[in-house]
Ligand binder design. Structure first.
Ligand code: ADP
Ligand code: MG
Length: 448
């Protein structure tokens, strides 16, 4: 495709999407190349690329095709960065990337550094452990095993370790890759009959980080090889960092000897975010966007509203904010609560808590080792009545049910009984740390 053709496509686009849209989104695009049906463009920021792809991608392809260009996909890279697939979804790396061509690692995301990682109670331990590893000193715990639900920052922390080590200990060979990539490498080595190469490559690494290790569960020969690599590195005193979506002991179809090896070092979990952490993360993102869009105005209370309502995971939270910014900058409006509610209706609906009273009763009776039937039964002994009160309190906190409705679901009890239970547990929560802990844990498992 020539510059001329792109020029023609631009004029067509301007007619179909309107002058404003055209000036904001299409004019900043820089046509770079057309290869194998992929048209590559330079964009001023990653954000523009993503927005254009999502909102105008199909239309651009359509107009290109109409002008005789053979294309089925668009890719955007931040201008100045090399136009690569990785750059299309990521901003240009700030820390200068070294040429690690001989190392088998994955690309590091430039946004995932310690500077951009917001800490709070749920992740402070994981953060501190990651920091320690990133100092690059003597190995004190091996491996560092990070686990937690999706979108809580495991990958972010691992990338942050890698960035930091590159700066502090540039001569160290630091390799980050997903368990899936590890498997892919392994299978490739088998196919090419180059196990020697594979082994010596991985055994020459100083710091090995393997993300989402639950992926190799049930994949026997990959596990076997992982185990050997792991042991060889540990024996040489090399640092290993592993992440997974659950604790080592809870990964199904993972060999016992691997489980116990993984538990040998420091195992830390990233807890679900709390309100303060979510708010902190939002504030940080807003500060970052402000540098890009100085005109951005956000009404009071919008961030608090989002932090309160979107509790699922940080990725969803970020997505919501990105969409809000895009929308506001498109229509040139201040971001108000109304706008947020409109623009994010689907996300807000999806993250509504959907815990049921029955679920609460089940979890609480499991937790206190009592029969589910006793939740709704007549027994009034403390060992049964107290957990029942706890379940009522949780039902009040986590569901939209009214007191009479809750009472009915607890074997037809009166709403005053529920009210009393809620009050009693409130009191105990303030005075009895064991109960406070139980409540917190139950709430977390129910919400997670
Ligand atoms: P995981 O690997 O645990 O699924 P990620 O590390 O990919 O989660 O995090 C998902 C997104 O949320 C990323 O964009 C990441 O930057 C962001 N994120 C998660 N936790 C934090 C945090 N504490 N501070 C800033 N950003 C965070
Ligand atoms: Mg991850």
């Amino acid at each position: 495709m020539t510059e001329d053709t792109w020029g023609r496509v631009c004029r067509d686009l301007e007619k179909t999407i309107g002058k404003n849209n055209y000036v904001t989104w299409i004019a900043p695009l820089e046509f770079h190349a057309l290869e194998n049906g992929v048209a590559r463009f330079g964009v001023p920021t990653n954000f523009v690329g993503e927005w254009v792809k999502r909102n105008f991608g199909d239309r651009i392809v359509e107009h290109l095709v109409r002008n005789g260009v053979v294309v089925d996909r668009l890719e955007f890279a931040v201008s100045g960065a090399k136009a690569s697939v990785a750059a299309a979804t990521r901003p240009a790396p700030q820390p200068e990337a070294r040429s690690d061509v001989d190392l088998p690692g994955a690309t590091l995301d430039a946004r995932f550094t310690f500077e951009t990682f917001v800490t709070g109670k749920p992740n402070e331990l994981a953060h501190a452990a990651a920091r320690r590893v990133a100092e690059g000193g003597a190995v004190t715990f091996n491996p560092l095993f990070l686990y937690g639900g999706v979108g809580l920052g495991k990958t972010h922390l691992m990338h942050a370790i890698a960035w930091e080590l590159r700066e502090r200990v540039p001569e160290a060979k630091v390799v980050y890759l997903s368990a899936e990539q590890f498997m892919y490498r392994f299978v490739q080595a088998l196919r090419e009959r180059d196990m020697m190469g594979f082994k010596s490559l991985f055994r020459s690494v100083d710091v090995l980080m393997v993300d989402d290790v639950q992926f190799i569960a049930g994949k026997d020969s990959t596990q076997e090889e992982f185990f050997h690599t792991f042991n060889a590195l540990v024996d040489q005193g090399k640092q290993i960092v592993i992440s997974a979506d659950r604790a080592p002991g809870e990964i199904k179809d993972l060999e016992d000897r691997i489980k116990s090896r993984l538990q040998c070092g420091l195992v830390v979990d990233l807890h679900p975010t709390d309100y303060e952490l979510r708010l902190g993360i939002l504030q940080q993102k807003v500060d970052m966007y402000r540098q890009q869009y100085p005109g951005l105005v956000i009404s009071d209370g919008v961030l608090e509203f989002l932090a309160h309502r979107i509790t699922t995971n940080v990725r969803v939270l970020e997505g919501a904010l990105t969409r809000l910014f895009a929308f506001a900058s498109l229509v040139g409006k201040e971001i108000t609560l109304d706008l947020a509610q409109d623009c994010l209706a689907d996300i807000l609906r999806a993250s509504e808590r959907k815990v049921t009273v029955e679920e609460i009763q089940r979890k609480v009776s499991e937790h206190f080792n009592m029969r589910l039937a006793d939740m709704v039964g007549p027994k009034r002994h403390r060992t049964i009545a107290r957990p029942r009160q706890i379940a009522m309190w949780l039902a009040k906190q986590l569901t939209q049910r009214s007191l009479p409705e809750i009472g009915r679901r607890f074997g037809g009890r009166d709403h005053t009984t529920v009210m009393h239970a809620v009050k009693r547990i409130e009191e105990l929560r303030a005075t009895d740390s064991q109960i406070a802990e139980d409540l917190e844990m139950l709430r977390r498992t129910l919400e997670g």
